[in-house]
Write a protein that binds this ligand. Structure first.
Ligand code: ZN
Length: 158
């Protein structure tokens, strides 16, 4: 669970989670502190410190005591790839009409398990759907029919 790399030398799924979150925190606040990473990933600060040391050893992050964490060029490249994959899944899920919260939860759940080949497929499928609004319309019509009225659905009939 807490190993930082796979046998192929690529970052492990949990290492990817950390790199993604560190990049997000830096984008949001300009810095990433251990305490913020811990809060965001819902893990202990000790786990974060442990993983941060491994990621630093692997050359993904720089750790300076008072400035906090920064991504190295190598770490930044991995984070950019993770971000792009997240964006692709988000684009695809948005076309399906899934709400933002469901998207976020599901994407975080699956993204680190998908091969780049599968992500490429979903990206191409998203493009096809965007290029064929009729097909997308048919899909949404079907979803609407399948949906049962439920108390958790906000708004009511549109
Ligand atoms: Zn993500």
């Amino acid at each position: 669970m807490s190993t930082a790399s796979t046998k192929t030398g690529r970052p492990s799924q949990s290492a990817e989670d950390y790199l993604e979150r560190i990049q997000e925190l830096i984008d949001e606040k300009g810095y990433a502190r251990v305490v913020d990473i811990a809060g965001s990933l819902e893990v202990t600060q000790a786990s974060v410190t442990n993983m941060v040391q491994k990621l630093a050893e692997m050359g993904y992050i720089d750790y300076e005591k008072y400035r906090g964490l920064t991504l190295t060029e190598k770490g930044g490249a991995v984070a950019a790839r993770i971000e792009k994959r997240h964006a692709t899944l988000s684009r695809f899920f948005s076309l399906l009409g899934l709400d933002e919260l469901t998207q976020l939860k599901d994407i975080e759940g699956i993204e680190h398990h998908l091969s780049s080949e599968t992500v490429d497929c979903l990206n191409d499928l998203a493009t096809v759907l965007e290029e064929q609004p009729d097909l997308l319309k048919a899909f949404h019509a079907r979803r609407k029919k399948a949906r049962r009225p439920s108390s958790s659905a906000p708004g009511g009939p549109a």
